[in-house]
Design a binder for this molecule. Structure first.
Ligand code: 26W
Length: 832
C-alpha cells in the first residue's frame, strides 16, 4: 500500500464522537478533572467551561468538513465584515442546534447538576453596542442554517460592551473583561496571522517592466491573529466560522532605541499595537472621531481582505484575478469597515500589480454596503489630516477614486458645481473630511437600508444624488431576528406548545408559524388559549424573579408587563414613556382610577458614556421609580424599574415575559428596530409609531392587533418649521399636570435642578424628537391598551396572532433575500 501524502492525510475522515448522556458525561468529567483540574462541587463557571469543551469537540468534525467544502475551487463565498458581533451566550444555542437538549440535561442531571445554572455561567460575548451588532449575530446564525458559505469577520475585543451598574440612580460603567476565564469556544489560528501597516509614507518606483508603481514604506506594522468561533446551523452539519482578529506586536524593535540602552522603552512601545483590539467603542449612533477607532476599522478591513484573498488563492490554485469577483463578495455592516473599498484597491494595485481599471472593476463587483441609520451625527467622516498620518497610501487611493468619480458626475450634470460639492467623497468646508458613506456607495454594487421606510427615506433624502446617478444600486432588505435564539432557545415553553400543534418545521422555516392563525379563535380552541395564557404566565414568573433579583421590586403576575429595552437615546424616546408614567402616577394621586389596569413597567438599556442627556434620562427613570414604588397610594397599580445592564442574555428572559412592547421612536428616526420583532414573536403586542419595521409588523399582524399612534415621518418633517411645544402643553391638561409635577422638583426634591436639561430640551421649539407633539396620541393609545387588556380572551387572540404573523421577521428570510439579490451564493451541503 502506498503511503498517503500529507495533503491526503488532512482529508482523512475524523471520527464522530458519540453524544449519548454517558459519552457526554465522560467527556465533561475529563475536561473538568484533567484539563481544568477542577472537580464536581467547584465553582459552576468551570462546569460551564467543561460542557462547552465537550460540545465543541462534537462540532469540530462538521466544522472541518464545512471548511473543506468551502475551499473547493469555484465555491462563491460571502464575507460579512462588521466591527460588532453581539453574540451573547453560545452553549445553549449550540445544544439546540445539535438537538442535544435531552442528552445534555440527562448527563448533568445524573451528576446532580442543573443545566440552567450551568448555562447561566457563560459570560455574554458583548462585542457590540445594540441593534447593528445583534443583527450581525442573527445573520450568521441564519447563514449557517441556510447552509450558505458566509464567513463573519470581526474584532476580538478584550473588553466588550461595558457592564452597567447604578449608583444613586445614575449609570456607572464597569469594564467587561469577558475573556478573563478564557473562551472555550475559540480556536486561535496563528498560522493565518496577517500583517497590517500604519503610518510611514509612500514613494514611487519603477517595476521590472519600467512602469511607475507606488510603495508604502517605513510603516509601523501590527499583526492580526485570527481566533475562530464555530457558528452551527440548526439541525444540519454546517458549522460556519466567525473569525475575530486580535492585534499584537511584531517582534521587530527599533534597534537604535534598543542599542541606546532603552530596552524597556522599546519593548513597552509595542503595547500600542495591542491597544487596537483592546476595547469596543461604546458609542451607539454618534461618531467619536478617535484615531484608535480608525485604526480598528483599517485593522479589521485589511486583515479580513488579506485573509479572504489567501483563502481564494488557495482554492483557485493561483492569482487568476479575472475570477476574483466571481468567487467573492464582501458585505460591509454600516460604514465602519468601508475603508475596505480603498484597501482592496491597494492590495490589487500595489501588491497584485493589477492596473487601476481592472482593480476598480473587481472592487465594485465585490463590495456591498448596508446603511443602518439616518441620524446625521452617526455618519462617519474622518479628518483628512488623520488619514494622511495614519493611512497615507489609502488617502491617495481615495483621492484618486474621488477624482474619477467626480469626472463621471460632471459628465452627467455638466456645470453643476454645487452637485459636485455635495457628492464629493471629500467634504471641503473648512477642515477636510473623508465621507465614509459616500466612499461606500461609490465603491459598491449594492447599497441597502434595513426596513422599507428606511430604504425609501435613504433614496429620497440622504443618498438622493447617488440614487439619481445609480438607481440600480439601491435596495431594501428588511431586518429580522433568528427564531432559534429568540423563540426556540429563549422560550422553550411556547416552543413546545406551538410544536405540539403544528410540528417543529417552523423553527427552520418561520413562514410555517402562520399555521397558528387557525388557532386564534377562542371558541374552537379553548384549551390552546388556556395553555397559551399559562405559558405567558410562566414566562412572566421567570421575568418577575429576575426583576426581583436585579431590582428588588415585586412584579405581580396579573399586571400588564409593559417593556421598553434598547439603547438609551433621545430619538427612541424613553422620555415619552416616562411622561406617560408620570401621567399614570398623577392619575392615581388624584383618585382617577376607574377601570384601572395594573402595570409593571420595565425600562432598560445602556447610555453611551459621554452622552449626558441619555445618562440624565436613566437618572430620571430611577427617580420616578423610587417615588412610584414607595408611595403607599400606588400599591400594585403601578410598578416601575430600571433594569440594569440590559444584554442579550437578559433579553432572552425579558421578551418571553412581555405583554406590551414599547417601540415609540420619533417617526423617521429608527432605521428598523429588531427588539420589536423579538417581542412580537414571543406574543407581546406592540404600541408603536409609524417608524422603521414597526410599519411592516403592523402590516403583517393587522392594524386591529397593533396600538399605533403619533406623527408620521412626513408630518414630523412638516411640523419641524413651526414646532410649538408650549402649544401642546397649553391645550392638554394632562400634559400640563405632568410637566408641572416634573418642573416642581417632585422627583428630585433633594437634587434641585438635575432634570432641567431634560425639561428644557422637551420644551424647546427646536426639539428634534418632538416628544410633546406625540404625548396626547401616546396616552390615548395606552388607554386603548388598557381597554383591550380587560378582555382577556381578545388579548390572548391578539397575542397568538402576533406570534402567528411574525414569519416574515426571521433572518432566514432576510438572508435569503440578501443571497438572491446581492450575494448569489449556492448553498453547500456538508457531510451528506
Ligand atoms: C460610529 C458610531 C456608530 C455606532 C453605531 C454609529 C452608528 C451606529 C449604529 C447606527 C448603531 C445601530 O445599532 N443601528 C441600528 O441598527 C439596527 C440594525 O439594522 C436597526 O434595527 C436600528 O434601527 C438601528 O438604530
Amino acid at each position: 500500500m502506498n503511503e498517503p501524502k500529507a495533503s491526503e492525510l488532512c482529508l482523512l475522515p475524523l471520527e464522530r464522537l458519540k453524544s449519548d448522556p454517558d459519552a457526554l458525561q465522560g467527556d465533561f468529567l475529563h475536561y473538568l478533572n484533567r484539563h481544568l483540574g477542577r472537580f464536581l462541587g467547584c465553582s459552576p463557571n468551570y462546569m460551564y467551561a467543561a460542557m462547552a469543551y465537550t460540545l465543541r469537540d462534537r462540532l469540530i468534525t462538521d466544522w472541518r468538513d464545512t471548511w473543506i467544502e468551502y475551499k473547493e475551487p469555484g465555491v462563491r463565498r460571502a464575507y460579512y465584515m462588521s466591527l460588532e458581533f453581539l453574540i451573547g451566550r453560545s452553549l445553549g444555542n449550540h445544544i439546540l442546534n445539535m438537538g442535544l437538549e435531552t442528552e445534555v440535561e440527562q448527563a448533568l442531571h445524573d451528576m446532580l447538576l442543573d443545566t440552567e445554572e450551568i448555562l447561566g455561567n457563560e459570560p455574554d460575548a458583548g462585542l457590540g453596542n445594540g441593534g447593528l451588532g445583534r443583527l450581525a449575530a442573527c445573520f450568521i446564525d441564519s447563514c449557517a442554517t441556510l447552509q450558505l458559505p458566509v464567513i463573519g469577520y470581526g474584532i476580538r475585543y478584550e473588553y466588550g460592551m461595558f457592564r452597567q451598574k447604578l449608583l444613586n440612580g445614575r449609570q456607572v460603567e464597569e469594564p467587561d473583561h469577558w475573556l478573563r476565564d478564557g473562551n472555550p469556544w475559540e480556536l486561535e489560528r496563528p498560522e493565518y496571522t496577517q500583517r497590517i501597516h500604519f503610518g510611514g509614507h509612500t514613494e514611487i518606483y519603477k517595476d521590472e517592466r519600467g512602469r511607475n508603481r507606488v510603495r508604502w514604506v517605513d510603516t509601523n506594522d501590527v499583526l492580526a491573529i485570527p481566533y475562530d468561533l464555530p457558528v452551527s446551523g440548526y439541525g444540519n452539519n454546517t458549522v460556519n466560522t466567525l473569525r475575530l482578529w486580535k492585534a499584537t506586536t511584531t517582534d521587530e524593535f527599533n534597534l537604535d532605541e534598543f542599542n541606546a540602552g532603552s530596552y524597556t522603552e522599546a519593548v513597552a512601545a509595542k503595547n500600542d499595537a495591542e491597544h487596537i483590539s483592546m476595547v469596543l467603542y461604546p458609542n451607539d449612533a454618534s461618531e467619536s472621531g478617535k484615531v484608535l477607532r480608525l485604526r480598528q476599522q483599517y485593522f479589521l478591513a485589511s486583515a479580513s481582505l488579506q485573509d479572504a484573498i489567501r483563502i481564494w488563492e488557495y482554492a483557485e490554485g493561483g492569482p487568476h484575478y479575472e475570477r476574483f469577483a466571481r468567487d467573492n463578495v464582501f458585505q460591509m455592516n454600516d460604514t465602519h469597515p468601508t475603508i475596505a473599498v480603498a484597501e482592496l484597491m491597494r492590495i490589487l494595485i500595489d501588491e497584485k500589480h493589477l492596473d487601476w481599471d481592472d482593480a476598480w472593476n473587481i472592487t465594485t463587483a465585490c463590495m456591498a454596503y448596508t446603511n443602518h441609520t439616518l441620524l446625521p451625527e452617526a455618519l462617519e467622516k474622518w479628518p483628512v489630516a488623520i488619514f494622511k498620518q495614519l493611512l497615507p497610501r489609502l488617502l491617495e487611493i481615495i483621492y484618486e477614486i474621488n477624482a474619477r468619480f467626480l469626472e463621471k458626475v460632471a459628465m452627467k450634470w455638466p456645470g453643476d458645481t454645487e452637485r459636485l460639492r455635495r457628492m464629493s467623497i471629500i467634504e471641503e468646508n473648512g477642515e477636510q473630511y473623508v465621507r465614509m458613506a459616500y466612499l461606500a456607495i461609490v465603491g459598491s454594487f449594492s447599497v441597502n437600508g434595513v426596513a422599507a421606510l428606511h430604504s425609501q427615506l435613504l433614496v429620497d433624502g440622504l443618498f438622493r444624488d447617488f440614487h439619481a446617478l445609480w438607481p440600480e444600486k439601491f435596495n431594501n432588505k428588511t431586518n429580522g431576528v433568528t427564531p432559534r435564539r429568540w423563540i426556540a432557545h429563549a422560550n422553550p415553553k411556547m416552543t413546545g406548545l406551538i410544536s405540539s400543534q403544528i410540528g417543529e418545521e417552523w423553527i427552520s422555516d418561520l413562514t410555517r408559524i402562520a399555521e397558528l392563525k387557525a388557532y386564534a379563535d377562542e371558541e374552537e380552541h379553548a384549551e390552546f388559549h388556556e395553555a397559551w395564557r399559562e405559558v405567558k404566565r410562566e414566562n412572566k414568573k421567570r421575568l418577575a424573579a429576575l426583576v426581583k433579583k436585579e431590582c428588588g421590586i415585586d412584579f405581580p403576575l396579573d399586571s400588564l408587563f409593559d417593556i421598553q429595552v434598547k439603547r438609551i437615546h433621545e430619538y427612541k424616546r424613553q422620555l415619552l414613556n416616562v411622561l406617560h408614567l408620570i401621567h399614570l402616577y398623577s392619575r392615581i394621586k388624584r383618585g382617577d382610577t376607574d377601570n384601572w389596569v395594573n402595570r409593571c413597567v420595565l425600562i432598560g438599556g445602556k447610555a453611551a458614556p459621554g452622552y449626558e442627556m441619555a445618562k440624565d434620562i436613566i437618572k430620571l427613570i430611577n427617580n420616578v421609580a423610587h417615588m412610584v414604588n414607595n408611595d403607599p397610594d400606588v400599591g400594585d397599580r403601578l410598578k416601575l424599574v430600571f433594569f440594569p445592564n440590559y444584554s442579550v442574555s437578559s433579553m432572552e428572559v425579558i421578551a418571553p415575559g412581555a405583554d406590551l412592547s414599547e417601540q415609540i421612536s420619533t417617526a423617521g428616526k429608527e432605521a428598523s428596530g429588531t427588539g420589536n420583532m423579538k417581542f412580537m414573536m414571543n406574543g407581546a403586542l406592540t404600541i408603536g409609531t409609524y417608524d422603521g419595521a414597526n410599519i411592516e409588523i403592523m402590516d403583517a399582524v393587522g392594524e386591529e392587533n397593533f396600538f399605533l399612534f403619533g406623527l408620521r415621518a412626513e408630518e414630523v418633517q412638516e411640523m419641524r418649521h413651526q414646532y410649538n411645544p408650549a402649544g401642546f402643553i397649553d391645550e392638554d391638561s394632562d400634559l400640563q399636570a405632568v410637566m408641572q409635577l416634573l418642573e416642581s422638583g417632585y422627583f428630585n426634591a433633594r437634587e434641585p435642578g438635575i432634570f432641567n436639561n431634560i425639561i428644557n430640551a422637551m420644551k424647546s421649539p427646536s426639539d428634534p424628537w418632538m416628544t410633546l407633539a406625540d404625548f396626547r396620541s401616546y396616552v390615548d393609545a395606552q388607554q386603548r391598551v388598557n381597554e383591550a387588556w380587560h378582555y382577556k380572551h381578545a388579548w390572548t387572540r391578539m397575542s397568538i396572532l402576533n406570534t402567528a404573523c411574525s414569519g416574515f421577521f426571521s433572518t432566514d428570510r432576510t438572508m435569503q433575500q440578501y443571497n438572491e439579490k446581492i450575494w448569489k451564493l449556492d448553498p453547500v451541503t456538508v457531510g451528506e
